[in-house]
Design a protein around this ligand. Structure first.
Ligand SMILES: Cc1cc2nc3c(=O)[nH]c(=O)nc-3n(C[C@H](O)[C@H](O)[C@H](O)COP(=O)(O)OP(=O)(O)OC[C@H]3O[C@@H](n4cnc5c(N)ncnc54)[C@H](O)[C@@H]3O)c2cc1C
Length: 459
């Protein structure tokens, strides 16, 4: 009898799980994808909003043409039409304190053209950022780029906070160096903003689901994986909503759930702790608006709002490192941000209809200590692989990191069998979070109490 095609059980349909699944079906693997939420996309998704009468994104995402793995994934799922690359690279900014406007235009000899730089800056000021490329493991951005000078408030801080969702005194200088290496240092063609005019799901999620369905993958939405059974050096069973799913000898599990979920499913797994919230407020503007700089997005300095994105009659405000804002009631958040929006766009009149989306634990923490806790793709179980923006990618926790981690885990699943096998546990154990372990032979208590599930709190 022919051997059955090995199945990869993918847990989590965020971009890491979707990218891995697409790669696996392309290679002819059987895929079963489990997602606890009723919709796929995880931290990158759109949903219909009744108040605003249109679909909104959980948070505006900044994608750059240098995000090669992400854009390759988008191309392979056939999402090309849902993306809009702006040429050439340009980043308009407005300083809310003094009304100064400028547009950063990286590429070519841009550093020698004052009109393409931050006002008052000199080429030397930019070269200071190269210090992050040689940063030690323990250095924060502020250690390598100390506050002060014309660029700190108007470029390095906004860039670091939005790329790594944390204060410059905390987030890793090495990760910041990776951002520079992947974008600014690769020239204009790697710095072009790539927008999603029809929303995040239309660009990165829906076409992937279609591709997976067409390839015969089983998509199991609304299905929470709540336990793994370990037997010797392999996972032998999943618990899906309390129902056991047995794995065949050649089957594997690709765990692409967030770090705090993986930590509770996998014994002794070391993961980075959760990082701060990101808050988005979508205001519905019924009049046409033009943002300073003439592009559909705008960086802001000197206020609470950090980025504005205009799309489909909505003006969306993003604030990263936003635990304090996320603790406020939705009305207070909107009331705090609206005056900044009105000032930037020179709008009169009352606050417009809005929707506040608070994504708590929007990314893992990205301090040097937390980055050191990122695990690799392979685990000590030969058929258990890890993916997600919290795994070791050398990048900040972004869509690009999620897709790269998914690709890498899929490649590892495809080469399984060549996995180094480390025998470690003589007893089978079955982990379960929320409750105590439902089954354990080894005497170990593996479940840890705590919050579970996707970071999704809407104000
Ligand atoms: C508001 C916001 C703004 C952002 N802005 C940007 C940006 O501008 N640019 C950028 O590149 N990145 C940005 N990011 C980061 C980016 O969204 C994430 O890095 C990326 O989406 C993470 O993907 P992931 O697949 O690793 O994790 P997730 O998207 O979290 O996917 C994990 C999935 O696993 C599911 N799951 C959890 N537990 C279980 C279980 N037990 N069983 C089954 N399924 C389970 C979850 O529901 C979820 O769907 C932003 C994030 C947020 C929240």
């Amino acid at each position: 009898m022919a051997e059955p095609t090995p199945t990869v059980h993918v847990v989590g349909a965020g971009l890491a799980g979707l990218a891995a699944s697409v790669r696996l079906v392309e290679a002819g693997r059987r895929v079963v994808l489990y997602e606890q939420a009723p919709q796929a996309g995880g931290r990158c998704r759109s949903f219909p909003d009744a108040t605003l009468g249109r679909s909104v994104d959980n948070g505006s995402h900044m994608v750059l043409s240098g995000n090669r793995a992400l854009l390759d994934y988008a191309r392979r799922i056939g999402a090309g039409d849902a993306l809009m690359e702006l040429r050439s690279a340009a980043f308009p900014f407005l300083d809310l304190r003094d009304g100064a406007e400028w547009t950063l235009r990286p590429g070519g000899l841009w550093l020698f053209d004052p009109a393409r730089r931050v006002p008052g800056s000199s080429p030397r000021d930019y070269l200071a950022a190269l210090r992050t490329l040689t940063a030690g493991r323990g250095a924060s951005v502020a250690d390598r780029l100390p506050p002060g000078g014309p660029l700190f408030d108007r470029l390095w801080r906004p860039l670091a906070v939005s790329a790594m969702n944390g204060p410059v005194e905390r987030v890793s200088a090495r990760l910041f160096g990776a951002v520079l290496r992947e974008t600014l240092l690769r020239g204009e063609a790697a710095c072009r903003p790539v927008l999603t005019p029809h929303g995040l799901s239309a660009a990165f999620v829906d076409p992937a689901l279609e591709r997976l369905r067409a390839a015969g993958a089983t998509l199991s939405l609304g299905s929470r994986v709540d336990g793994l059974r370990f037997d010797g050096d392999r996972v032998s069973e999943l618990s899906v909503g309390g129902v056991a799913v047995a794995l065949g000898p050649a089957d594997s599990v690709l765990l692409a759930a967030p770090a705090w979920v993986a930590e509770r499913l996998v014994p002794d797994l070391v993961v980075p702790p959760p990082g701060p919230a990101i808050v988005n407020v979508h205001f519905r503007l019924d009049e046409p608006v033009r943002l300073p700089g003439g592009l559909p997005f705008l960086g802001l300095a000197g206020g609470t709002a950090e980025w504005l994105f205009a799309r489909d009659g909505l003006l969306s405000v993003t604030v990263s490192d936003a635990d304090a804002l996320a603790a406020m009631p939705a009305e207070a958040v909107a009331a705090r941000l609206w005056p900044e929006v009105a000032r930037a766009l020179r709008l009169d009149g009352p606050i417009r209809p809005y929707r506040v989306v608070k994504e708590r634990r929007a990314t893992p923490d990205q301090s040097p200590d937390s980055v050191a806790r990122r695990p690799g793709t392979r685990t000590r179980w030969r058929n258990l692989l890890l993916a997600g923006d919290w795994t070791e990618t050398g990048l900040p926790a972004t869509l690009e990191a999620a897709v790269r981690s998914g690709n890498r885990a899929a490649d590892a699943a495809l080469s399984n069998g060549n996995n180094p096998i480390r025998r470690f546990a003589p007893f089978p154990v079955f982990t379960m979070f929320r409750r105590r372990p439902i089954w354990t032979d080894g005497g170990a208590v593996l479940a840890r109490p705590g919050p579970e599930g996707q970071s999704k709190k809407r104000g």
